[in-house]
Design a protein around this ligand. Sequence first.
Ligand SMILES: Cc1cc2nc3c(=O)[nH]c(=O)nc-3n(C[C@H](O)[C@H](O)[C@H](O)COP(=O)(O)OP(=O)(O)OC[C@H]3O[C@@H](n4cnc5c(N)ncnc54)[C@H](O)[C@@H]3O)c2cc1C
Length: 487
Amino acid sequence: MYDVAVIGGGVIGCSIARELSKYKIRSVVIEQEGDVSCGATKANSGIIHGGYDAAHGTKKGYFSHKGNILFDQLDKELNFGFEKIGSLILAFDDNEMKTLSKIIENGEKNGVGDLKIIGRDELLELEPNAGKATGALYCKEAGIVSPYEYCIALAENAISNGVEFKFNSRVNDIHKENDIYTIKTALGEVESKVVINAAGVNSDIISNLMNEEYFHIIPRKGEYLVYAKGYGDRVNHVIFQCPNEKGKGVLVTPTYHNNLMVGPDAQIMDDKYDTSTNIDNLFDIIGKAEKSIPNLENKKIIRSFAGTRATSSLHDFIIEETKSKNFINAAGIESPGITSSPAIAKYVRSLVEKMIDLPKNDKFNPHREPNVIKKSVADMLPMKTVNEYINLGEDDLDRIVCRCEQVRQREILEALNRGIQITSTDGIKRRTRAGMGICQGRFCEPRVKKIIAKTYDISEDEITTRGIGSGSEPVRVEIMKLKKVIK
Ligand SMILES: Cc1cc2nc3c(=O)[nH]c(=O)nc-3n(C[C@H](O)[C@H](O)[C@H](O)COP(=O)(O)OP(=O)(O)OC[C@H]3O[C@@H](n4cnc5c(N)ncnc54)[C@H](O)[C@@H]3O)c2cc1C
């Protein structure tokens, strides 16, 4: 019997699990995939928003700023990598400059300080490659993370502080008897006093298992393009476009590991698991991105991907105890859910505190060692040396397994031994960056498979690329088409 069962191992479920590991209770995270961070958490912009954008008075407005200010400390504890590079919203005419003033007003009401409007000269000092913007709203407090590394860090720290995780355990039904919930999963039943629904795009379905329907999820897909490592230097900040009657525009940002990323668009989807990308949409995104930063080099594109927002029909986050007592919804957490996650976790803890005793876990250790050490282009070894390391013996810990990102065997073994059994090459990619480079895993994927199989003494046939039950394959095909069209 558990005290708390969290359904969903995305950033919301893992943040809550880590927060609850500060208390001496028995908690479990139940996840339908074979790993954490397989839903929206792995495929988004990775922006820690300033908190000025979401309307004042909404939960999004409240939690985004409160979450933002927790990230410095969280990164010190969990070492997932966070850089406060600041953000700019570009305005291209007088109307948009007026909109920026309204955004500042809203941000100040949300509690965000240090927001200012800058003119074109200052903008060009900050962003020499900016297009024809007349000015911008500058927010120093915004930053970037690698969202899956953040989620993995939360899960690893929760595990080391006693939280259990059940993978490949899709929740199909829930019953309640004598104040105890019985959760029926694909791999058996779990009993718990408290249930927390953090099931992302399925959070309406999970809520409906114990409550009358009071919201539904509208899946909204967003597509992106990623450019080669080092090309992140094209910009110094997260660059947004001012929302206007045509929409929110797209963003251009360096990623934490110094790729450049552009996107996303917003498409309402019938199939919530469809994460394919489409060449016409990608062209549209490039066109919009070039309004902010002209002359992006298409030959530097290495990948496209898409993620699906769990937009709620109530147009806000839903974080509350439901009519079914001791059942909490942390549902409809679309953007800025990564940003808001630490504040949401604290708020959910305050709800749990009213349901069961939460004695302090005196052994709670907030620290977690990093898995990936960030490498800049300047840190990369010359190809001749890389080839020497590639050819080291199969058991040599210094052997380079991923040529593009120069990931060593040691780092992969380390990732495999952190409390989550990883049986997909994508799981290793998200932890070590093996497969994130220009060749997108063509070189290292078979090698990574071999290492996983040997470490866990399982057959290579049991190792998939994306995990069992995941969405579609990555869309290398769209990139090939794109590269053919654009010289
Ligand atoms: C295109 C896009 C851009 C975004 N950009 C940003 C950004 O820049 N900054 C920001 O702060 N936020 C951003 N977000 C929002 C952010 O990604 C989400 O708010 C956040 O990842 C939601 O986390 P979650 O844990 O609620 O959902 P998820 O990460 O989707 O996790 C839900 C989990 O529940 C599991 N699950 C579902 N059903 C079941 C079941 N029946 N049984 C067991 N498990 C189940 C899923 O497998 C999944 O792992 C963006 C989102 C998208 C899609």
